[in-house]
Ligand binder design. Sequence first.
Ligand code: NAP
Length: 525
Amino acid sequence: MFVITQSCCSDAACVSVCPVNCIHPTPEERGFGSSDILHIDPEACIDCGACADACPVDAIYPADRLGARDQVFIEINADYYKNNADVKSGWGPVSYPEIPKLPAGLRVALVGTGPSGGYALRTLLDRTEAHVTVLDKLPTPGGLVRAGVAPDHPGTKGVLRGFDLLYRDPRVTMLTNVTVGKDISPDELADHFDAVFYAVGASESRRLGIPGEDLPGSTSATELVAWYNAVPGAEQGPPIRRGSDDDPATGRAVVVGTGNVALDVARILVSPPELLATTDIADRALDILREQNVHEVVLLGRRGPEDAAYTAAEYRALSEIPGVDVVVHSGGDVPDLTGPADPSRRRIVFLFHTTPESIVGDERVESVNLRSGEHRHSVATDLVVRSIGYRSTPIEGLAFDDKRGIFPNVDGRMTDVSGDVIPGVYVLGWAKRGPSGGIGANKMCAQATVEDFIADAASGALRRTTRNPGEFQALIRRRVRRVIGYRGMRAIDRSERRRGAEQGRPRVKFTQVADMVGAAGWRKR
Ligand code: NAP
């Protein structure tokens, strides 16, 4: 019997290869997209292992090969079938979507190489004969899988192996280190291709809108995560206060929000540095985390634990961090957190029913004023991280819904400032629907938008380009001095892995675009 464990990304790659349909919920069933993980029916599993081979994130194991930490998932998988008695394993009649006849020679640009870009590319290659030019602003692909997934979740990053196979397809041209909106405009892309897909994710943070939010020592999860994940441009990192004999640091960080990103941040801040040192965390972050010794992270939930945004598997994993206690204040009671945190303990403290009213300090963050129910109180802290959701970054030349932080669209068909659909321009993933759902949620979202494109292409709704492919390549090479292609991307990857192997780590990431470009084979001037 096989079992699905915590790192499940719910992209349902396992569902489609299971010969006995014993993995649920399937994309067609209730709960898909909101379910924490998918589950294998222990009564129906025939032990073939096809699911484990197909899993992009190494989340599936035989029950008798699970480590002590993952034993609990045997029960979690089985319980799903006890609690959902109507779910039946075994196949009913299968109907495959029909592929309509499409015009020959379609040429598509796909902007972004994160999960929604990867899943869109797979669907485009599977369902059409289009040639696809893939663009990304960084030389390295992966979007938030590389820049967002926590360094101590290496299995989740395995999803990129599957996308890499697609980049080698003869119908795909990779052009990275190219920024749409700066190096090339959306109008130019629309002019050179029959269709353009924007899978640009959400890489900015929402704001709290409270006094003190811009004090040094107050930052966003986006910035903090980019810093520890070695994203170029995020060199600075948060100014975690060192303290002095006269003015000791509190050793405490306050994180606003209780989503999975807040949990990632809390885990990275309190995890023993020697454990983090075996991951691909940026050295710049590891050095500071070692030195600063944050030993308490207080997470603020504005509602109760029953409404917390984290998933159960991620919450459970907090109690497995060696030497870290998890303390929950759920009833609006107010613990005394005015002084420094107890240095003999590392802990994660949840304060539910609590919102920050202001961030206070003379030259930098010193404390946060909170309201817990009727009580007003203050927490001394060196660092405040708002982890209250992401927003997309606007692109010059495209309409933007500033309120929702997404690109305006009708089911993935992008609209202009007047709200009219722009023929042949599509948006996918978090940039389309907002920052919700894990990696796998983007698969169905991308597939749905590609199906709309197929319908538009079949019905003649696209404006066909009159340009030839060479013109676009020439334009890009005129605009961007160092365009990286597939070989360059692979060279960067090999180089990072080699650096990692020297230290017993999966990889040591480059933190500067110039170094990536150098590793890709461009000589420095
Ligand atoms: P999220 O799940 O939407 O959580 C946002 C949190 O911010 C919620 O606790 C929310 O509280 C709170 N919040 C929002 N506005 C607030 C305000 N003004 N004041 C105080 N609190 C506020 O977002 P996320 O953590 O950024 O995650 C984004 C998506 O990525 C999620 O679907 C998540 O599951 C996924 N993800 C998954 C993993 C994983 O599987 N390991 C890791 C990272 C991210 P309310 O609930 O009260 O609104």
